[in-house]
Design a protein around this ligand. Structure first.
Ligand code: ATR
Length: 269
């Protein structure tokens, strides 16, 4: 019998996960299908438990449900420490977070080493939590710079249990950018066509890597600045495909072709 997977979110209409996972199922000739399900917060628990009892293999959980998910399905250690899950596996009845590892995989697959490297993370919201956790565990020295400085300080204080993490404001950003090897944007800045990037080409050089979690547009204004400065760039689809590949492996035990997943998402975009 066909095994069903899916993503629950609100909104979820523009999710690229169905395209990616269905491309992998097809490439591997697996009798599985992946759908998207728009679910409001007040129905999240019913939807998740219903999917489980209907015999689904698992679910991805996206915005705004990632934090609530770990109160419905028991999280593994990583999801518990991050405080959010994006992958539910109904065979193991466990909630996982593949966002942190997906971000680290995207950097490593681009040739970026993180151990003992300096990383500046812009933003201190939900996306930053997973990324900072992954970086801290990978041995990077992380500086979180946020518009609301207190949020950067709070997140840094929490993440210091897992590695070397500091919090700061967005003031004198040029100096902060020049002091690190890798700059990562976890804020929504860049999604809007008129958004001005916080980091500009004059702050960057060729030795640095700039990674933007935003994938729509694929080349954000920030990545354009990075390219103009000759810096290495990593885009948000690279991470999206890799967090998806890790979910796929949790569910099926099979390592999917991440290149096929990534290409299908790029084509769909
Ligand atoms: P997500 O879950 O996607 O990370 P979030 O939790 O709402 O979303 O966090 C958004 C982050 O982007 C926050 O760090 C926010 O800064 P504040 O904490 O000061 O609100 C940051 N952010 C959003 N819009 C921004 C802007 N125009 N300039 C700078 N930072 C911005």
């Amino acid at each position: 019998m066909m095994t069903i997977y899916g993503v629950v979110g609100y909104p979820v209409e523009h999710s690229l996960s169905p395209v990616m996972h269905n491309a992998a199922f097809k490439a591997l000739d697996m009798d599985c299908a992946y759908h998207k399900f728009e679910v409001k917060g007040e129905h999240l628990q019913d939807a998740i438990l219903g999917a489980r009892h209907l015999g689904f293999g698992g679910l991805n959980v996206t915005i705004p449900h990632k934090e609530a998910a770990i109160r419905i399905i028991e999280p593994d250690r990583t999801a518990l420490e991050i405080g959010a899950a994006n992958t539910l596996d109904f065979r193991q009845m466990k909630a996982f977070n593949t966002d942190a590892a997906g971000a680290i995989d995207a950097l490593r697959d681009s040739g970026v080493e993180l151990d003992n490297k300096g990383v500046l993370v812009l933003g201190a919201g939900g996306a930053a939590r997973a990324v900072v956790y992954g970086l801290a565990k990978a041995g990077a020295t992380v500086t979180i710079a946020n518009r609301t400085t207190a949020k950067a300080a709070d997140l840094a204080a929490y993440m210091r249990s897992f590695g070397s993490v500091f919090g700061t404001s967005l003031d004198s950003l040029g100096e902060k950018v020049r002091a690190v090897d890798v700059i990562i944007n976890t804020t929504p800045v860049g999604m809007g066509w008129e958004d001005k990037p916080m980091v500009t080409r004059d702050m960057l050089d060729r030795s640095q890597t700039v990674f933007d979690l935003v994938y729509k547009p694929l080349e954000t204004p920030l990545l354009r600045e990075a390219r103009a400065a000759g810096a290495r760039t990593v885009d948000g689809l690279s991470m999206l495909a890799r967090q998806g590949a890790r979910s796929f492996e949790i569910w099926t035990g099979v390592k999917p072709p991440v290149d096929i997943m990534e290409r299908s998402a790029r084509d769909a975009l």
